[in-house]
Design a protein around this ligand. Structure first.
Ligand code: SF4
Length: 321
């Protein structure tokens, strides 16, 4: 059985998850538009594990009408949210119904702000840029400006190039009626060299986003040579970019003060890990929850010092402490 067909929250939805605490968007209801790890990249820092379906083909991976039905059911309770966010365990712009769903939210639920987390790889396509027009905040990532570093970090589909993606981001910012926040994932020793930062600074100036957010590893990725940048390393990157609207993303202070947090689920996950070290995917399968849901519990348990991370061949395992 595929993970996405299981209920992704305690409420039994298939395409919605959360609300989850987001480092950048507060309390955010997630919409996952593609099957687990269907993506145009296979990033070394991906928190969802290795990409199993690497592609740039756009199609209706799940029926758009079903996703809208779930949204209507959930939003009819008028939940208190900071954002409704297209995100999840793959690249949302691969779904051809993205524009229709965003338009539906804008028209029926004007009180909510909509965000899109995207790797930006499809934005060179004018049709994709048109589809994101109803989204308040588009947050594309750009981890490198040179082709060599782009391939090393993002491990993209062969047809993609950093130069074309940067051009797509420039066009997005010029056309988009909402905000564009550019995310740069900083990997010490890889994309923070003087040479790469000079290229990135030039790309950022051309794109002229409303905000640049510098992000770093918060949880383990899929390569053990990726480490979190120190504060001093982040500050250096910010200074080298020299772009006034740049912020360093900080971790949220709490993870338990959000509506969907369940103490029972927290305890069940701790029991499972005590019995057997498990990956996020293992826990998601056993609990019938979305991987992003599972993370808010593993983060809480790690903060409380009850579990720790261990790198193994199959990925990152959580072990009891
Ligand atoms: S673009 Fe996002 S979902 Fe795709 S591999 Fe990278 S981090 Fe994972």
């Amino acid at each position: 059985m595929l993970l996405h067909r299981l209920p992704v929250s305690n409420m039994g939805f298939s395409y919605l998850f959360g609300p989850v605490p987001s480092r950048r968007l507060g309390v955010s209801l997630g919409i996952d538009l593609v099957p687990l790890k269907t993506c145009s990249y296979n990033c070394v820092y991906c928190e969802c594990g290795k990409t199993t379906d690497l592609k740039v083909e756009r199609k209706e991976y799940f029926p758009t009408a079903e996703i809208i039905l779930e949204l209507d059911e959930y939003l009819s309770t008028r939940p208190n949210l900071d954002f409704i966010t297209f995100a999840g365990s793959g690249e949302p712009t691969l779904h051809m119904g993205l524009g229709e769903i965003a338009r539906h939210i804008r028209e029926r639920y004007p009180e909510y702000r909509i965000a899109l987390l995207t790797n930006g790889s499809l934005l060179p396509d004018p049709e994709v840029r048109r589809e994101v027009a109803d989204i308040h905040v588009v947050i594309p990532s750009l981890d490198a400006a040179s082709e060599r570093v782009f391939k090393k970090i993002d491990r993209p589909c062969a047809s993609l190039s950093a130069a074309a993606i940067i051009d797509g981001l420039v066009a997005l910012k010029q056309e988009h009626p909402g905000e564009v926040w550019l995310e740069i994932f900083v990997i010490p020793g890889v994309n923070d060299t003087d040479e790469e930062l000079a290229l990135l600074a030039d790309a950022v100036r051309r794109i002229a986003p409303d905000l640049v957010q510098l992000n770093g590893l918060d949880r383990p990725g899929i390569a053990d040579w990726v480490r979190a940048p120190t504060e001093a390393e982040m500050t250096r990157v910010r200074d080298r970019l020299g772009y006034p609207a740049t912020e360093i993303v900080k971790s949220p202070t709490t993870r338990t003060d959000i509506p969907s947090f369940s103490q029972d689920t927290l305890e069940s996950i701790l029991l499972i890990i005590r019995r057997r070290p498990s990956t996020i995917e293992d826990l998601a399968r056993i609990c019938g929850l979305h991987p992003n849901e599972i993370r808010k519990y593993t983060d809480t348990l790690a903060t409380e010092g009850l579990i720790a991370e261990r790198f193994e061949e199959r990925g990152v395992f959580y072990v009891s402490v």
